[in-house]
Every structure is written in C-alpha cells, then in structure tokens.
Design a binder for this molecule. Sequence first.
Ligand code: SPD
Length: 361
Amino acid sequence: MKKRIIFALIIVLGFIVPCAAAERVVNIFNWSDYIDPGVLADFTRETGIKVIYDTYDSNEMLEARMLAGPTGYDVVAPSGPLLQRLVRANVLRPLDRRRLTNAANLWPEIDRRLQLYDPGGAHAVDYAWFTTGVAYNEAKITERIGKPIASWDEVLRPDALKKFSDCAVYMLDSPEDMLAIALNYLKLDPNSKNSGDLRRAADVLAGLRRYVKKFHSSEYINALANGDICLAIGWAGDALQARNRAREAGSDVNIAFVAPVEGAMISLDTLAIPIDAAHVDAAYIFIDYLLRPDVAARNVRATNFASGVLPARKLLDPSIGNDPAIYPDAATMSRLFAVTAPDQSTQKLMTRLWTMVKTGH
Ligand code: SPD
C-alpha cells in the first residue's frame, strides 16, 4: 500500500513539477537599446523567472513575426500603429489590467493617448514614449551652417541636406515615421492616408536619397557616438544614448537632439502579450515589474526614453527628468503629432513607396 502511494506521488509530482517549471521563464521580444540590462538580471533574482530576451529594430520585423506565428514570445513591444494592426489581426491576448498591480502608476495623459490605438487599453500598456527628430553632431553641423538645427527645412531640402553629406547622414528605416515627417513638412496632414499625399511625401524623401549614407533604425547610435556620421533622423532616446556613449568614451563628440519647430512625431511603444504566449503568468509578472516606478526610472536612466510610468519621473535626476528632449515641454508637446495605422491597401502602398525612397525603384 505504502509503495503504491509513493508511486502515485511520483507520478503526480512528475506531472506538476514540469508544469510549474514551464512558468519559470519569460520570452521577451523588445526594441534594441530599450532596457537597463541590470533590470533583467534583478527581475530573475527577485522572481526566479528566467528571461530570454531578443531584440528588433523595426515594427516590420515584429509584425512579420507576429503574423507568421508561432511567435515564441510572451511579451512584445509594438508601437501604437502596429498595436492597432495586431489588435485587428487578433494576435494579442486581451490584457487584464487587474493582474497588474502597478498599472495604477500609468501616466493618465499617456494612457489616454494610447486609446487612439487600443480603446480602453484592452491589449497593452505604455512602456515608453518619445519624439522622432534630428540628432546631430554639434560641432560638425555648426561648422557647416553656422547654427544648430532647428527646422525640418535644414534637413528635408536636398540643397540643405547636401551640406552634411560629406560628414554623413543616416535616416530611420521606418516608413511610418519618415512619411509622416515628410507629410507634416509639406503642411499636409501627417496622418493622411490619401495616396496622392503619400506619393508627394515619398517624393520629398526620394529627393534626399543621394545624400543619405544609410537607412537604418539602430546603427545610428554608435555611428553618431563614434563621429562616423554627423546627422541622423532618429528617436530621441537613441540620440541621447549616442551623446552618452561619446561622453563615456571620453571623446569630444557632442550630440544634440531637436524636435524641429514645425512639429515632430510622438510615438508610444507598448507592452502586450501575444495570443500564443506559452507563459502568460510570467508575462504579467514581467510587465508588472516594468511598471514599478523604481524599475521604470532605471530604464529611463539607461535608455533616455520617457516612461509611461508617471511616478518614475520624480525619481530621476533633474538632468534627465527635466530634459526637454526626453520629457518635452508644453510648447513642444503642443506641436507633436501622432499617426494611426493605415488600412491594408494603404499599408501596401506605403511599403512600395518606401522601397522607392530607398532604392529609386
Ligand atoms: N531603441 C529603441 C527605439 C524605439 C523605437 N520605437 C519605434 C517607434 C516607431 N514610430
């Protein structure tokens, strides 16, 4: 009898232990240069949950992975318009905010802006938000035009951009950002889905191609920091990471970032759980951990991207918490524009136009 009980216990434990063990890992797919690596190590130390962490540098990469499936991920970080498309495609789990005790820390204004992509915040919470603007090497730009960059006109006109081509220019490989910036520059609705408007915007960008060394969405951080390029259209936090990397290396390269006067794009990157996530409990624990103010503040310090966690800001040194490149002031905020997801045929057109911008065909 005793032997039978022990045998039964072994069978039951043999089933339960692997199931429990299956929950002790979380697979994350996040943007590159977007977290303090120490946060991941501390998360594992505090929760016992192992983190497997992969990165990407374009919404297109994440979208392809999400739509092809199986994703293999438990937490992903789509930007607003992609979030909207993923919700439509039904590839995200509805998010139960009651399971996120730290959701109370979410910044109401940012959470409100998220509604544009995900009504009711039903599938995601904000992770970070920021502007797309111009990152530049102060000395090299001043040397060439006698003043810092302030306007898109100094970057989006071929004869203006030409002045920087000898010290090298990068642009984001992101149609979502770049077409909206060009639309806004043309004084058209930056969120326009009109094919004529989009073609005009693409023509502006195509006219700049010969002065652009590379279209890439992450390499510009090191390229700016090393002095290999002097200007990039890029994301605020990445520009400031370039500035910090140059400082840490003791170089004399000084990188500045500006959201130009005509207005800049605001993006919200979010945290969401794929429909096929295998470790849903661990995903909730991980997202909740990132929403803890002290953890969110660590990520802002490391990445220079503003967090969607409001109380994190108070924990930052004023040089970060009051840096208008990270937390734009009210005047800049009023000039920011957001874009939403296009329908499928407009999406296809944008992809075609973007290839034309980059290759000429
Ligand atoms: N290095 C992190 C960059 C995050 C960029 N998110 C993309 C926003 C697209 N509009």
